[in-house]
Design a protein around this ligand. Structure first.
Ligand code: ADP
Length: 486
């Protein structure tokens, strides 16, 4: 035997919104801080050195350009400018002629005196410059203890007005260690503050999200216990608002379904009780009164038979409807000639023409059109519509079944009557089970109140279009359309 294996719902590792959000915020803050830390400690020193190198080059190129291209060089002014640049930028300059005829340096300026690096620095720079064939050199030197580092730049400057010189510039690099230490301390404070802020923010946001979800869960629990009047409150978050909206609609739908179920039970029991009561009372009548009177007895037995029939129709209809609705009933689809079906259904009503003066006509198309359908079920649809047309045909007793082709693609069937018609306010409800265009004593007309709902279910399962046009007091046209098989 085939057994259905129930699909296991996907299992999630659940954590509260508060926990997740807080964790994410804290991780985010930590990553941010780690990145800041990394850039400040690793790149700060490199960045600083690059900047210093650029600064030296700018200073040197300004001074060496003046030396190279000015026709008249006012040495005093030149030295003064060199001193200014030197003190402004914390640098020391040394210029010597290639032919060793002269040398000048910014140490002559009082403020630059402390940046004197001695001949050894100049010697080293000269060596490098010569080794590099006069191409500019830049490098770093440190003192013996290694706690002071100096950026050195050397270049050869030629001029058509005066001797070629070697230009050297020295700039002390401030050790970054202490600065990085201060930054690290500040970062620690910033990290601590950001963690606290992230924590508080996460708690605040998560409680704003979690609170409405909690209240929705509580309401849903109430709904699960059968209270469909609950109202789900939304929040300022759109997703939660949508959820609340959906749940409100669900609650309404559930409450309607429950109401329908209650009505159905009431209607079914009422409809069952009525024929049973009739059967019982007529049986009692036969036993107590009409037992010996053949004519009366037969009359009463007739009622009993009629009511038993009604009972069996009702039970059959309820069964059919619930089977179709539950999807147990399988539609056996095959090409069907609906016009032939209508002919055979109508044949059972022909007797009404002779006995009760009905006019029942079938208007068919010349070319048969096949549709894909379950023949037995479609006969049931036709039979329901035709029996309704007969039952509600009023005094005029005129019923017509017509087939036509619409837009070439559709086979349209219309069941028309010139009977009592349906009031506009009832027209939407007649397809629902037990809905009757009330107050007109449908029972007396022998219906079960389920015919149109069965018809609707069958047509829907066939993917058919269907509908009704009706004018109260003038008649109705019930129609459906199915696609024609080419
Ligand atoms: P019933 O057994 O009561 O006829 P149906 O489901 O077949 O149940 O129809 C539902 C209701 O729709 C009927 O009670 C009747 O009020 C209305 N109705 C159906 N067919 C017609 C018709 N041809 N003309 C007027 N009213 C109709």
């Amino acid at each position: 035997m085939k057994t259905d294996i129930a699909k296991e719902p996907k299992k999630y590792r659940t954590r509260s919104v508060r926990f997740r959000l807080t964790a994410y915020f804290v991780i985010f803050a930590l990553v941010l801080m780690a990145m800041l830390w990394f850039f400040q400690t690793v790149f700060l020193e490199q960045y600083y050195e690059m900047e210093m190198e650029k600064k030296i080059q700018t200073a040197v190129s300004s001074l060496s350009l003046q030396y190279a291209i000015s026709g008249e060089l006012d040495l005093e002014k030149y030295l003064q400018e060199m001193g200014e640049i030197s003190s402004a930028n914390d640098m020391y300059f040394y210029i010597e002629a290639e032919d060793e005829s002269f040398n000048i340096s910014s140490t002559d300026q009082a403020s630059a005196g402390r940046y004197y690096y001695g001949r050894s620095g100049v010697d080293l720079a000269r060596e490098r410059l010569l080794a590099n064939n006069g191409e500019p050199v830049t490098f770093k030197i440190s003192n013996q203890t290694g706690d002071s580092i100096t950026q050195v730049y050397g270049a050869k400057v030629d001029s058509e007005y005066r001797p070629s010189v070697r230009f050297f510039a020295f700039a002390p690099l401030t050790p970054m260690g202490p600065a990085v230490g201060i930054l690290a301390k500040q970062l620690m404070i910033v990290t601590a503050v950001s963690l606290v802020v992230a924590f508080i923010l996460a708690l605040y946001i998560s409680s704003r999200i979690a609170h409405p979800i909690h209240s929705i869960t509580e309401r849903a629990q109430e709904m699960a216990e059968g209270n469909y009047d609950v109202q789900f409150e939304g929040s300022s978050y759109r997703e939660i608002n949508n959820l609340a909206g959906t749940l409100n609609t669900t609650a309404k739908a559930l409450s309607r379904t429950e109401q329908l179920q209650r009505d159905l039970m009431a209607n079914v029991s009422h409809d069952l009780r009525t024929p049973i009561t009739m059967v019982k009372s007529y049986a009692e009548m036969i036993r107590d009164i009409s037992g010996d009177n053949e004519e009366k007895r037969n009359q009463h037995l007739g009622v009993i038979i009629e009511e038993s029939d009604r009972l069996s129709y009702l039970v059959n209809d309820i069964l059919t409807l619930s089977r179709i609705q539950a999807g147990v009933e399988i539609m056996e689809m095959a090409p069907v000639d609906l016009q032939k079906c209508a002919e055979s259904v109508l044949a059972t009503y022909r007797v009404l023409e002779e006995q009760e003066g009905f006019s029942i006509r079938l208007q068919t198309m010349e070319q048969p059109a096949l549709v894909n359908a379950d023949q037995h079920r479609m006969e049931q649809v036709l039979s329901n519509l035709i029996s309704n047309a007969v039952r509600y045909s009023g005094e005029r007793r005129d019923v017509e079944v017509a087939f036509l082709r619409r837009d070439r693609k559709w086979l349209r069937c219309e069941v028309r009557d010139k009977g009592i018609g349906i009031a506009p306010e009832d027209i939407d409800n007649i397809w629902n089970r037990y809905e009757r265009a009330s107050s007109r004593g449908a029972r007396s007309k022998g219906g079960t109140g389920l015919g149109l709902s069965i018809t609707k279910e069958i047509l829907q399962r066939h993917g058919a279009k269907y509908g009704v046009e009706s004018v109260l007091g003038e008649g109705s046209i019930f129609w459906f359309e199915l696609p024609v098989i080419d």
